[in-house]
Design a protein around this ligand. Sequence first.
Ligand code: ADP
Ligand code: ZN
Ligand code: ZN
Length: 732
Amino acid sequence: MLAATRIYQVAVPTPLYRVFDYFASASLVAGTRVRVQFGRREMVGVVVGTLEHSELPRNRLKQVMRILDEAPLIPPTLLMLLQWVADYYHHPLGEVIHTALPVYLRQGRPVAFKGEMAWSLTEAGRGVRQEMSHRAPAQKRLLDALAAAPDGLVAKQLMEISLRWSATLKVMRAKGWVSSHPHDTPRVSPRNILPSPELNPGQKSAVAAIAARLGHFHPFLLHGVTASGKTEVYLNVIEQVLSQGKQVLVLVPEIGLTPQLVERFQRRFQAPIAVLHSGLNNQERLNAWIAAIGGKASIVIGTRSAVFTPLNKPGLIVVDEEHDTSYKQQDGLRYSARDVAVMRASREKIPIVLGSATPSLESLKNARAGTYTLLDLPDRTGGAGMPHVRLCDMRRLKPTDGLSLPLREAIAARLEKREQTILFLNRRGFAPVWMCYDCGWVAPCRRCDAQLTLHRKRQKLLCHHCGAEQEVSLSCPDCHGTNLHPLGEGTERVEGALEKFFPRARIERIDRDTTLRKGTLEEKLRRIHAGQVDILVGTQMLSKGHDFPNVTLVGVLNADQGLYGMDFRASERLFQLILQVSGRAGRADKPGEVLLQTWHPAHSLFAALQRHDFHGFAEFALGERRETGYPPYSHLALLRAESPVPGAALRFLREARGLAVSLSPGEGVQIMESLPAPLERLAGRYRAQLLIQSRDRTPLQAFLRRWVVQLAEAKFSSKARWSLDVDPVDLY
Ligand code: ADP
Ligand code: ZN
Ligand code: ZN
């Protein structure tokens, strides 16, 4: 009896760094979900391997309770990718798999599409329609109707053609003439498809270079200034991939912010597109997943986690705005979707295009080293020039509510010409500080080492770190005076000031507070496009990919934010951000202007911005990184710890550091000192961190592997909550 059973390694979602052995009498393939008894709980796990012998004695080995999939759920290449992710980010495989699956599949539900199904003609059906005899009128009528409906027909429509449509279609499906598919992928009719514009020489050679590598792994870095036609390059390559019957995965930073991009894809291709974003419910997410794995969706567009979407016939991966930090997950499995995408492309043996107007220094270095092929689009399309960048020296200009006189004059000039203005301020709320002018007290968050932001319309003080809400104190708790005032400006205050300065202008504010309700952002964007808005003020939400042809002025109210930040990437971020928002100005045929309000006009970063000199900036920044030994000239890992008990996180890290040193980490791997996090107390928890830096990746990875396993089992580890962040993007 024993010989007939097999032993399987099953990954279950637990924090333990190992897989678990179970036996089953059926033969199971890796990638299949099973329900197993784990301790006293039942869990959904995934078979990841087969064993001849288990180290567990036979009587302690449990049997798989139930097999949940007839065929393996996770294709082998994807399973291997997830294995790599687990190894690279030092995260338990069971949790990695759990993260990668739609919620319903994690819960053990069947791979079942629910939702309206549509029916379409197959190639065979199209062929047979011509010679259809009149003896099968019901079939003929359905064939004719389906032939006229490229999106397919749903039950309601079929009913109007034949009451017995269901039985008839079943017969026809058995003959291979029709197929059914999910109806939730909107498609446009062929006559509304927008053709590609004639590509310029730069675009043509980029498309040719990528197309030449289809069917092989090859990473490309597509660097093109804003509005240089990068998206058009993606679309043209994608067209070729689709014509080979292959699928395309497109990653974007945030879909809610770029409905135009999705729309552009939908208006270009007849092919069904699955869009994966945070607004989907669990069933919709599963539907999209099924459409992708079944090959029904030719294009999958999604945010970070879409990188794990299984594809039937992958042909190309595109990562738009590859520098965007939202590709990095900041909790749980802290992966970089961009980096995972590159690894995935290499496993799937397909090309990958990383596109940006402001590539990350990591990708740029890879391009310079020849690991990635650099494709440059130096000019804006249609002869539009780069916007003129002007600095407002705020040491001389006294701003009112954050707006300097030159900026106000520039806005007035746009209003006169009926052109639009975007004002950018990376701070929401009315004022970042609520202060007693008598004694200097500022309203603190009770749970964080941070100040509260005044939100005047809501009449509340809010903590932007933990979300805590407090009443606006009208007397000072320290000196009992009543001389309390808001200090500094946020978007809400600027909006109010604009209303005073320009009473007749139509003003919109876009930030997290004004776009809470579903659909409001889309509505605001629509109004801007329709020319119903004169001045737009908002946070970084505005910096991403929007194409507003009538915007000719961009004002950056506090260009210094991040100039002297604690993070070694602060200036890179600032440069990217300003170049991106500047890209919103004067896209089409109207020249644009960018006004930067700064207290440090002599800073070299602004000189590079005025010249639109990304490479100049990159040269400087890379030099700085090389000198200081920061990435991309080294590799980092950050061990973070937190605890509600003061000092516990630091004590844990000191123990962890001791363990690290005792493991002799190896050539070039440096263990820094344990430190309190820059924002030490957050939401009532005390946080600390320990940085590991290494010249090369291999010894770092080897060390982390040994260290993390021991950490997970060490007794002192229960004293604080901890996590390891490989390639951290934020050091706080
Ligand atoms: P990016 O992705 O670099 O911001 P897009 O591909 O969105 O640039 O192009 C910017 C604008 O220029 C879009 O409106 C696009 O339709 C248009 N465009 C792109 N390439 C061409 C071209 N070769 N000829 C004419 N218009 C183009
Ligand atoms: Zn006071
Ligand atoms: Zn707080």
